[in-house]
Design a protein around this ligand. Structure first.
Ligand code: NAD
Length: 349
């Protein structure tokens, strides 16, 4: 059977799905609907059947799966309509603006016996898979801090992403990816509490900067920071262990793992800074540090479509499960609450 896909919302991401899903065996992209007729025309010019209403697309018997790629505030209504029309649903992230909305979407899919999943494609990011590999290997020793960060200097949130009513802001836009990565990797029940700060640096309605810290049950902590106006960019990842430090510069394999050379004897020296001495922060000589390459890890994001195809055919469990999406959304709600109240918010209820 596979996926016979109808795309709702043929903007940036709708077109991206068309181009990429078409390459996968067992996936056929049938048609698209967009509220903007110009975008329907673009879909037609790209070889798709254009639909002039959502109802027409949902009534099409050649479509068994609907991919929803519209602004965040429109996800719920379209996903529920698609489930009620007997279609499987792939929803773009963030699936919904709160857990109540998401519960209605999951319930609609359940009532109709159809699959519901969310496009959390960044579980297949190369940098993330490298970090997961390093942590799984245990080679850093006891890891006491994981820092997931994205700095950009654009200083702008484009179009509807800058508007509150459309579900804009960095927590929904990128935070949902990074929190999903961390919770999937470290275990959903491992997350104890969150403390979050947000800023509107260049935006008026929604946060274009946030910093949050999770306390984990295992005693470690995780930081996530996303800033759109940072003119000195820090590495995408920093992993601090009691035996080694790993860093990943960007979305690629650029970075390294640094440990001390146990064969070289080190003497602790006192150095002078402008206003006083320090021994603790005297830099170690370069010959004491050994830096190795990051592991070369396969990361193939097309696995996402293949998994949904196989789940529809009853041959695999979904990788992105609704309950996981719900945990992440609940965590984002808690982060917003922390930012509003200035308090640590428990993730344990
Ligand atoms: P976009 O503005 O480029 O495109 C959205 C399209 O939806 C537009 O063509 C618009 O006309 C159409 N639209 C708006 N309301 C509609 C409605 N009610 N019915 C039908 N069409 C409607 O936005 P985008 O960048 O493509 O983002 C779409 C979704 O994809 C968002 O949820 C976004 O968060 C998500 N996204 C995900 C990723 C990812 O990596 N997973 C990347 C970018 C965007």
């Amino acid at each position: 059977m596979g996926i016979q896909l109808g795309i709702v919302g043929y903007g940036g991401m709708g077109g991206f799905h068309h181009r990429n899903a078409s390459k996968i065996e067992g996936v056929q992209v049938v048609g698209a609907y967009d509220i903007d007729p110009v975008r329907v025309q673009v879909a037609e010019e790209s070889g798709l059947r254009g639909f002039s209403s959502l109802e027409d697309l949902l009534a099409c018997e050649d479509i068994n799966t609907v991919l929803v790629a519209v602004p965040n505030d429109c996800h719920m209504e379209i996903c529920i309509a698609a489930s009620n029309a007997g279609k499987h649903v792939i929803c773009e992230k963030p699936a919904a603006l709160n857990v109540d909305e998401l519960d209605q979407m999951i319930a609609a899919a359940g009532r109709n016996g159809k699959l519901f999943t969310v496009h959390q494609n960044r579980r297949w990011d190369k940098d993330f898979r490298i970090v997961k590999d390093i942590l799984d290997s245990g080679e850093l020793g006891k890891v006491y801090s994981i820092q997931s960060r994205l700095h950009g200097s654009g200083g702008v949130m484009f179009g509807w992403r800058g508007e509150k009513k459309h579900g804009g802001g960095m927590l929904y836009d990128w935070g949902v990816h990074f929190i999903d990565q961390l919770m999937w990797m470290l275990g959903y029940d491992n997350f104890r509490s969150v403390f979050c700060k947000t800023s509107n640096v260049k935006t008026t309605e929604v946060e274009d900067y946030f910093f949050l810290v999770f306390d984990l049950e295992d005693g470690s902590h995780v930081q996530v920071e996303i800033g759109t106006f940072v003119l000195k960019e820090l590495p995408r990842w920093l992993l601090l262990g009691d035996e080694a430090t790993a860093y990943v510069n960007d979305f690629s394999r650029s970075g390294g793992i640094i440990r001390l050379d146990s064969t070289v004897e080190t003497k602790s020296e006192i150095i002078m800074t402008s206003a006083g001495p320090t021994r603790t922060f005297a830099p170690r000589p370069d010959n004491v540090k050994l830096e190795s390459e990051l592991p070369d890890v396969e990361a193939d994001w097309s696995e996402y479509y293949k998994n949904v195809r196989d789940a529809i055919d009853g041959k695999a469990e979904l990788i992105v499960q609704p309950w996981q999406v719900r945990k992440v959304l609940k965590t984002i709600e808690a982060a917003f609450r922390s930012a509003e109240t200035g308090e640590l918010v428990s993730l344990k209820n």
